[in-house]
Ligand binder design. Sequence first.
Ligand SMILES: Nc1ncnc2c1ncn2[C@@H]1O[C@H](COP(=O)(O)OP(=O)(O)OP(=O)(O)O)[C@@H](O)[C@H]1O
Ligand SMILES: [Mg+2]
Length: 301
Amino acid sequence: MRVQECVLSDEVISADSAEAALWDAIVVPKEIKERLRNQTVLSLFMRRDLPFAVTALHGLCTLYGPPGTGKTTLARGLPAQIACYVPGGKVRRIEINPHGLMSAEHGQSQQRVSELLSEYVPGLASDGLPTVVILDEVESMAVARSAASLAANPADVHRATDAVLTVLDLNAAEHPHLFFVATSNFTTALDEAFLSRSDAAILVPLPGPEALREIMASTLLTLADKYPALGELARSSAIDHIAVAARGLDGRRTRKVVFEALAQRLDTVLDPGNLTEDDLADAVRNAVADTGLPEVSRATH
Ligand SMILES: Nc1ncnc2c1ncn2[C@@H]1O[C@H](COP(=O)(O)OP(=O)(O)OP(=O)(O)O)[C@@H](O)[C@H]1O
Ligand SMILES: [Mg+2]
């Protein structure tokens, strides 16, 4: 696989872009969004004006947490959020999926990581526009060297992780207009030196009851444009109880559960407006059972 193929997209985004909806769709405590936005803007400004020796800012933020909690979507929505604060009102977004980089061939991974991040990506951003580079699922590339025995080719993993660290140091000094946002499902396996280079490591947790209610209600309200009866369900107090029962579901599954509820009966498939609170409660019960969390532990925590 050529390094170019790891770049999923390269776009210039402005504040009024439709991309702003990505950020709004994710329901998390507001401190999480504020911290990500503020850290990115601060880092872009400070690193432009002050030397690395003073700031020690690498221009890297790591979003970590369970699967399906909105990490990738927040990272994708970030450029539209910060565009209004940067001169010119435009931010480039480069999305990278590093999975393909970890070559089976001995020694290739290190070379590819270096080529991608220290040559190809800075080349794409050579006009100096503020640029958010998303390193999605970064654990495939910055695996803890202490845990590398888990990997198929530990020596190669070591070298790839070293290459990532070297690139981050180079970027810190030479490309102050690049800001990396890494996402990961786990932190224990992320390399400590990588985490230490993160200007912020932000936990994106599973949604709490209020967030679960909001995610379900907003999914129903979107459907209500076409099936108005669903608006009543979205605003009913039944949703509060159903959200409590949904404890343990991630944000992705919580959105899907509305469609799982519709799929339970042909009647609601053909006319979603017929969905009842019992349908939704049943689908939630099944989804929670699928998570494998024992009933007693859900009840007591
Ligand atoms: N906190 C949330 N609020 C609302 N919707 C959410 C939330 N988290 C996830 N979703 C829904 O799930 C979809 C997928 O989320 P996303 O891919 O951003 O999660 P992720 O944390 O990156 O998952 P993974 O760790 O598996 O990569 C989003 O587009 C959104 O529809
Ligand atoms: Mg993701």
